[in-house]
Design a protein around this ligand. Sequence first.
Ligand SMILES: CC(C)(COP(=O)(O)OP(=O)(O)OC[C@H]1O[C@@H](n2cnc3c(N)ncnc32)[C@H](O)[C@@H]1OP(=O)(O)O)[C@@H](O)C(=O)NCCC(=O)NCCS
Length: 351
Amino acid sequence: MSRSVGTVVRVDLDDIAARLAVPVEEVERVHRLAADRPSAPLPAVTDAPALLDRLGVPPDDAAEIIAGWPTPEITAGRPGPEAIAGWPGPEAIAGRPGPEASGWTPELRWLLDRSIALVRADLGGHGWLPPGPVLPRERGPAWRHLYAYAYLALVDVVLGYHRDHGVAEAASWATLADLGRNLAIDRRMRGEGWPVMQSWLTLHVRGGLYQLGRLQHHRGDGAVELHIPDAGPLTPEAVADSLDQGRAFFPRHFPDESYREFVCGSWLLDPQLAEYLPAESNIVRFQRRFELEPYQPPEGLDPDVEVLRFVFRTLSTPLDRLPRRTALQRAVVDHLAAGRHWHWRRGRFPL
Ligand SMILES: CC(C)(COP(=O)(O)OP(=O)(O)OC[C@H]1O[C@@H](n2cnc3c(N)ncnc32)[C@H](O)[C@@H]1OP(=O)(O)O)[C@@H](O)C(=O)NCCC(=O)NCCS
């Protein structure tokens, strides 16, 4: 199906979906949500190493991302009657590898541009937002890192949003450096981590979430949602410090929003963990802060899978081949091997 966008640009969504090897509904969604909203440029490739370093991106990923960086030759298109704004012209730039050679096919370029616009259009939002379809990432760096490039293009945009809210630069960079942590996890998980991460990371570049000390604080409706990044032990002191930071942060930087409580939804709040872990463990002590909501199986999420994700960083290793080095690892495997299941629990406590 061909869609007219404005007067000069025609977009064949079926064709784009086929070339991206993704369902057409997902391409239609990007097209609809991004509409003709503005995108944002990527920084110059010469600024990339310093930026990636600041965002905690590990060397392996930084090298790949820099190698596939969409240069201005790739992003500068020659819009014509059948072209999409931002698509490269067919003759590319004489003497340089064409965009196709670097992996940036026209439909990938379209998706990058529109994905940035889609996320940017919701600047200040705090819901989970898929930035586009899950791509066949094994096709090369442009495919593998497309949503990382979108994130990088939005760094300047969200820094502006943070400045408008008086957020200190240190908090901005601490927040945005979750990109590097997530890329490292995805590499450790051999690509199994990214489908969740591509939606998760849109929170950071829309100003929806802030890393304040040990915890990430996520703006919500009347409640600050807490997330626990994989960043060392969850000591009670570090948690208390982070909560205090959150209590001061939101009235100061988002005075129009009113927060009454902290909430959290996590496998870490499953009381069954206390059957296995000592009462003085950090996880059990964290649990004690919360009043749990009645148990309801979550929709669209398998808690057993999530526990494997966070404890072992693999979803494909058979139970009997998983390591048993820590009390938690043994608990997770023994519980599942006994035919029991883990629960995803939600809890809250006053702010
Ligand atoms: C949350 C987290 C920081 C807690 O770690 P912690 O502070 O060490 O927790 P505890 O003190 O309660 O640990 C109790 C035992 O479990 C082990 N353990 C805790 N988290 C573990 C993990 N993710 N993987 C393997 N073992 C873990 C500890 O080593 C300890 O075992 P030991 O006594 O044999 O050494 C850690 O689990 C983590 O980083 N998880 C990943 C992020 C996450 O799950 N976020 C929530 C998403 S919803």
